[in-house]
Design a binder for this molecule. Structure first.
Ligand SMILES: *Cc1c(COP(=O)(O)O)cnc(C)c1O
Length: 429
């Protein structure tokens, strides 16, 4: 698969290179030069397959020229080790639960597939993944790369500034995962990572990679669960399907739109945000005016400059779709809480991100349509806020409860580049 840089269309790379590089020149995003397309019969055939087989076929249509089908199947099988069930919530609405992976959020799909692809294209050269986290992304990255040959992972996080559950989730793995509690805040961690990438000898000597959230391989992986959702729906519900996506950086929505572009029948999408609503305001007024970011209950969507948006615009342009067809909604914290309570009353406990998507869908769904919203995180992942809003206790899933008992394996370090660079050079492969 060839990809081009959205900021410099002359920069072309193959998939293997796009994975390793993450971003192109001028921090530009990579976008596929050509999209595969499946006709209605081929879609039906795909939808009849099991999740892993179907997903490897879809990935093959994108990257089959670089990675053989047998290897792809093995990689997909190793990445997608957990299901994505569709759960009926009301007569005309269902939830696609994307939170049954090791870190209880949909980012496990993209993270684990990216890890497998990086390991695949790295060949015999050992790679070092270096990343800073304020909590969640680090956990997804750590679990995704855990145990992979020729890859070691170094994760910096601000000491004492992440929740103890978050810390237990990724600092108890050991093996090829090295976690470092930095005496400083998240910005200090990010600055150290940046310094390491700016240091050419370190970058090239260790084959540093950031496993960035804008990596194209993540989006490809996420296309697969949209197909999985439709595969679980009865035929009559497939034709009038509306999908509501709780959005922050808009990667999830981009993947859904890509699924539609290659042939998946979806009538329309709704981009649902919290009060960090740069995109909804843009779609209604045509003006791109990011405000300063506000903290909300759905904090993984507290983003005012969504970094995947250029890909959404490019896809609409390429497909000759009009942005006026894209639904949108902004849901504030008060409405989010009310929505969570109302759903709990009919037997469905959801967390704030999913609640934003459900609310937008319920408000905009037409009588002849069927609605699907994405459950992006397990309610227990937002245990504190869910418990206080619903005024009831929410037990942790078994795996998480067990992990909470394990000892922390983190190193501790001053926010000092020389110390970090010494650490990176001396840790074992
Ligand atoms: C990351 C995240 C989102 C936002 O997804 P984007 O792809 O950034 O739009 C929504 N919900 C949860 C729980 C997340 O972790």
């Amino acid at each position: 698969m060839q990809l081009y840089n959205l900021k410099d269309n002359n920069e072309r790379v193959c998939f293997s290179q796009a994975i390793r590089q993450g971003l192109g020149r001028w921090q530009g995003l990579f976008f596929p030069l050509e999209l595969p397309s499946f006709d209605a019969d081929e879609i039906d055939t795909l939808l009849a397959m099991d999740f892993v087989t179907r997903s490897s076929k879809i990935m093959e249509a994108f990257v089959g020229d670089e990675i053989g089908s047998e290897r792809l199947h093995k990689r997909v099988e190793a990445a997608f080790t957990f299901p994505a069930p569709v759960v009926q919530v009301e007569d005309d609405i269902a939830c696609l639960e994307l939170f049954h992976g090791p870190t209880l959020a949909f980012k496990d799909f993209g993270g684990r597939f990216m890890a497998q692809m990086l390991a695949e294209v790295a060949g015999d050269k050992p790679v070092t993944i270096l990343t800073a986290t304020s909590g969640d992304t680090g956990a997804a990255v750590a679990h995704a790369f855990y145990g992979l040959k020729n890859v070691r992972v170094v994760i910096l996080y601000p000491k004492g500034k992440i929740s103890s559950l978050q810390e237990k989730l990724f600092c108890t793995l050991g093996g090829n995962v090295f976690t470092v509690a930095i005496e400083g805040d998240f910005d200090a961690c990010q600055a150290l990572v940046k310094q390491a990438f700016d240091d050419r000898s370190l970058r090239e000597g260790l084959h540093l990679n950031s496993a960035n959230s804008i990596n194209i391989s993540r989006l490809l992986a996420q296309i697969c669960y949209y197909f999985e959702a439709v595969a679980q729906l009865p035929k009559e519900k497939r034709q009038q399907l509306v999908i509501s996506v709780p959005s922050g950086n808009f990667g999830n929505l981009t993947a859904g739109l890509l699924a539609k572009a290659i042939g998946l029948p979806v009538k329309r999408f709704i981009a649902a945000t919290n009060v960090n609503d740069t995109v909804p305001r843009f779609l209604s007024s045509g003006e791109w005016k990011p405000n300063s970011t506000q903290a909300t209950l759905s904090n993984a969507m507290d983003v005012s400059q969504p970094n995947n948006w250029p890909r959404v615009e490019e896809l609409f342009r390429r497909q000759h779709w009009s942005l006026s067809e894209l639904g949108f909604a902004t849901v504030n914290d008060e409405t989010t809480k009310q929505t969570m309570k109302a759903l709990a009353n009919i037997g469905h406990v959801i967390e704030p991100h999913a609640a934003v998507a459900y609310r937008a869908l319920r408000d905009q769904l037409q009588p002849d349509e069927f609605g699907l919203f994405l459950g992006t995180a397990h309610p227990a992942k937002f245990q504190e806020s869910v418990e206080s809003i619903l005024e009831r206790e929410l037990p942790l899933p078994d795996e998480l409860a067990e992990r909470e008992m394990l000892p922390l394996l983190s190193y501790s370090m001053a926010a000092d580049f020389d110390k970090l660079s010494h650490f990176l050079i001396t840790i074992p492969h």
